[in-house]
Design a protein around this ligand. Structure first.
Ligand code: TPP
Length: 322
């Protein structure tokens, strides 16, 4: 059981995350964002729930669906959004784009290659163990990514060497159009941890307080030098796999049900109302989040694109635009 203060903090962060994604949707519709866009709308409970347990010095490596994890890690929303819009003011001066943001100041990065977050996070974990630091490497993966060999190779090595690797599985039941049940032998991914002598947890990812509790326990376990952990959080992806995906592989009734019953923001709002918080306060929280991200969107829209003459710069360390 947690008090209202942390739940209100989670609620606020979840609204900031959703408002951030809504701003990105605006940029997609207007074609200011080029290429694919994968949003985490509906999955905010997981990133907001893990956020209080992350240190800046931990290394977190996310996926193609990475915006929420970046915000949870403390990445500056303006620099992140500018990167997604491929602006010169972005985290990587617009060269990484939406799938490859990298922020050295918060040890945050992401990769669009499914399953590739795991070995990079393992590298963080190995480095932290060698330096005798109690930081952890966190790999985010979807349920599709878990069926890659990298999951098994990294879990095996981390367990053999007792490395502080945290594998966070966001199970939204689909890898693009493929239902997890059609391609996964075990009933649950977190149970696979036991095969490597590692510890696993499962949690309702639409319940932000539950995610907070489980992630707190799992990360503390890994920080204490007990080896790797797997946390599987069940959630729903409200939109298509990417913007433009017709999402015809999920029956309408299923999509409606996940929105009606599995929205982490609506669920937190109900709990806060039950605890006596007023509708005015909760509405104001939402409106402030939308105002913040709306202002960020307007700023980013006005930022400059990289100059075409610098297209080949920054490929190697020390190479600049001169
Ligand atoms: C190695 C590799 N294979 C295929 C793809 C194409 N691809 C992009 S996302 C995706 C599905 C990922 O599903 P999941 O891991 O469950 O994450 P989710 O999209 O549900 O968040 C695939 C197959 C890719 N990016 N990388």
């Amino acid at each position: 059981m947690i008090s209202n203060a942390p739940l209100l903090d989670h609620y606020t962060l979840m609204w900031r995350m959703r408002a951030f994604e809504e701003a990105c949707l605006e940029g997609f519709k207007s074609r200011e964002i080029h290429g694919e866009l994968h949003t985490g709308i509906g999955q905010e409970g997981i990133a907001a729930g893990i956020a209080p347990h992350l240190r800046r010095s931990d290394g977190l490596v996310s996926t193609h669906r990475n915006h929420l994890h970046a915000l949870a890690k403390g990445v500056d929303p303006s620099a992140l959004m500018a990167e997604i819009f491929e602006k010169e003011t972005g985290l990587c001066r617009g060269r990484g784009g939406h799938m490859h943001p990298f922020d050295t100041s918060t040890n945050f990065s992401a990769t669009g290659i499914v399953g590739a977050s795991l070995p990079v996070a393992l590298g963080y974990a190995y480095g932290f163990a060698k330096e005798a630091r109690d930081d952890v490497g966190i790999a985010v993966t979807g349920d599709g990514g878990v069926n890659h060999g990298t999951f098994h190779e990294c879990l095996n090595m981390a367990a053999a060497w007792r490395l502080p690797l945290v594998i966070l599985v966001e199970n939204n039941s689909y890898a693009i159009s493929v239902p997890a049940s059609a391609v996964t032998a075990p009933k649950a991914h977190w149970e696979r941890a036991a095969a490597y002598g590692a510890k696993g947890w499962s949690v309702d990812g639409t319940d932000v307080a539950a995610v907070d509790g489980v992630c707190g326990e799992a990360i503390a376990y890994a920080r204490a030098g007990n080896g790797p952990v797997v946390v599987e959080a069940f959630c729903h992806r409200f939109r298509g796999h990417y913007e433009g995906d017709a999402d015809s592989y999920r029956p309408r009734a299923e999509r409606n049900r996940m929105r009606d019953e599995g929205d982490p923001i609506t669920k937190a709002e109900a709990a806060l109302r039950e605890a006596g918080l007023t509708a005015e306060l909760l509405d104001r929280t939402r409106d402030e989040a939308r105002a913040e991200m709306g202002a960020t969107l307007e700023k980013v829209r006005a930022d400059a694109m990289p100059d075409a003459s610098t297209a080949l710069a920054y490929r190697f360390v020390g190479e600049d635009a001169a």
